[in-house]
Design a protein around this ligand. Structure first.
Ligand code: ZN
Length: 504
């Protein structure tokens, strides 16, 4: 029997090296989406393919499998050693999944996804669902094969969901969403019937881009994004890239006559960035140095963006700053009017432009449709009609083109079926965690009005960031809040905030 401690250290060394190689992939990807000249794409694809091949070989090397087998049977995987047990659990989990997939299948699916994405861009541009349909069919077939190869207990969709929210199931999420859905529809209807309305034109005045950038960076730094270990750049589809300790990069896009997009985009990506900057450096490259799941990640971006960034108290601090930065646009505008404008609720067709209330309905729609596709209850050709019908039922409006409907998102064309629920889970986790923070930190929200955001960041660092992947998402929520995930904290938060704004 080999010495388990030694084997464990060898395994971690291998994964730390894998993480370094991955960080090279990340920097190349970041560069491609920010500064790379158009003609660089050929060379970049070859660089990326080379790294992907090297990574695959390293991760699936036979000695990784044999080391994991040794460790699974050792004391280091037992409850007496929670840290090493978490590392072994998570490494074995992803390894076992990866080796179930034949290499030819992975290569074929990669090719299919690349083709589908190119066709999707064209189909969206020309509002031509029929063009995309054969590709969508193939993707669904491949995802169903994937579920069969990976295996599942109840529902094939669980195997897909698991890639983005490990351990989550259709049944559990479906129950939370079902309860949540009716409450949201009722709240959105009440808001629509209210006679008070914000003046949205406040936000579409002249907001010079250089000034937006300055103000956005100031706000990001105020909530705790560390610019000595990060930077902000411009892109078309904003994202946050984490190379590793000391290098976390956020991106945004600016509109000279629309204030919220860049500002709240920066706060959102800073939320992702703050999480990554708070991960324990000593565990870099291992599960204990990694984030829990997409849902927990999104809970951080959403909490900073909405629960903090769009809060009444934070704008007591930020509004005088905004007035100094944009004296022309904000002349004669009151703090209350501005606060209402940035919190307008209105059913809209495009998910990424949706407000805090209706956003979740956009997600529930996609969750229900993609589940039906994955289990074979819905055919790909039926998607546009099913989309429009569900949209009307949930949001009271319906798109007149597929470009504004079922073709708007990139996810399905990239094979990401099971991804959407993590957005709504993010909102649910955020509300439950934020309510808990409020009950443990005295004067939490009053602090925001003085620009004091550090207590929240410290609390999150201690309760979530420092733990890496020690717990799965559902367990983490229970450990931190003492209760399983529920839709109630989010509904309470939304009813409170929008009930006051719309005088319900
Ligand atoms: Zn996000």
């Amino acid at each position: 029997m080999p010495n388990a401690q030694l084997v464990y250290e060898q395994l971690l060394t291998a994964f730390k090296e894998i993480a370094l190689l991955q960080s090279c992939q990340t920097i190349l990807g970041w560069d491609q989406r920010t500064y790379m000249p158009a003609k660089g794409v050929g060379l970049r694809s070859r660089q990326m393919a080379l790294l992907a091949g090297m990574l695959h070989a390293k991760i699936t090397a036979p000695d990784i499998g044999s080391r994991l087998n040794t460790l699974k049977a050792s004391d280091l995987a037992s409850g007496a050693n929670p840290e090493s047990a978490a590392n072994i659990r998570e490494l074995a989990y992803s390894y076992d999944k990866l080796v179930k997939l034949p290499r030819e299948w992975v290569e074929e699916f990669t090719r299919i996804k690349a083709m589908a994405q190119t066709v999707w861009v064209e189909a969206r541009k020309t509002n031509d669902f029929a063009l995309f349909l054969p590709h969508l069919k193939t993707i669904i077939d491949f995802k169903r094969q994937y579920a069969d190869m990976i295996g599942y207990d109840d529902d094939p969709y669980d195997a897909l969901l698991d890639d983005f929210e490990p351990g989550a199931t259709y049944k559990e999420i479906g129950q939370v969403f079902a309860a949540f859905r009716d409450e949201l529809v009722a709240l959105a209807a009440q808001i629509a019937a209210s006679t008070v309305r914000p003046d949205g034109s406040i936000l579409t005045r002249d907001y010079p881009v250089e000034v937006q950038e300055k103000f956005g960076k100031e706000a990001a730094a105020a909530i705790g994004f560390d610019f000595d270990g990060g930077r902000l750049d411009q892109t078309t589809h904003p994202f946050c890239s984490t190379l590793g300790p000391g290098d976390v990069r956020i991106t945004t896009r600016f509109y000279p006559r629309f204030f919220p997009a860049a500002f709240f985009g920066i706060i959102h990506e800073s939320g992702h960035g703050i999480y990554n900057q708070g991960l324990p450096e000593e565990h870099y490259g291992t599960p204990l140095g990694s984030s829990v799941s997409l849902g927990i990640h999104e809970s951080q971006s959403r909490m900073w963006e909405n629960m903090v960034g769009r809060s009444r108290t934070a704008w007591r601090h930020f509004f005088p700053r905004a007035k100094a930065y944009f004296p022309q646009a904000l002349t004669g505008v009151s703090e209350d009017d501005f606060y209402f404008a940035i919190n307008e609720v209105k059913p809209s067709l495009i998910r990424v432009e949706a407000d805090e209330v209706t956003y979740n309905l956009h997600i529930i729609l996609r969750f229900e449709l993609e589940h039906a596709l994955a289990v074979g209850q819905l055919k790909a050709e039926e998607v546009p009609a099913a989309w429009n019908e569900k949209f009307r039922a949930l949001l009271g409006i319906s798109p007149s083109t597929d470009t504004e409907g079922c073709l708007q998102d990139i996810h399905w064309s990239g094979g990401m079926i099971g991804y959407f629920p993590t957005y709504a889970l993010g909102n649910l986790y955020a509300a439950q965690l934020f309510a808990q923070a409020g009950s443990e930190i005295p004067g939490l929200e009053a602090g925001f009005s003085e620009g004091n955001f550090a207590p929240l960041r410290q609390w999150l660092t201690e309760k979530i960031y420092r733990l890496g992947k020690r717990y799965r998402a559902a367990e983490l929520v229970k450990v931190v809040t003492g209760k399983p995930l529920s839709h109630e904290p989010l509904i309470r938060y939304l009813r409170g905030k929008f009930g006051r704004l719309y005088r319900l």
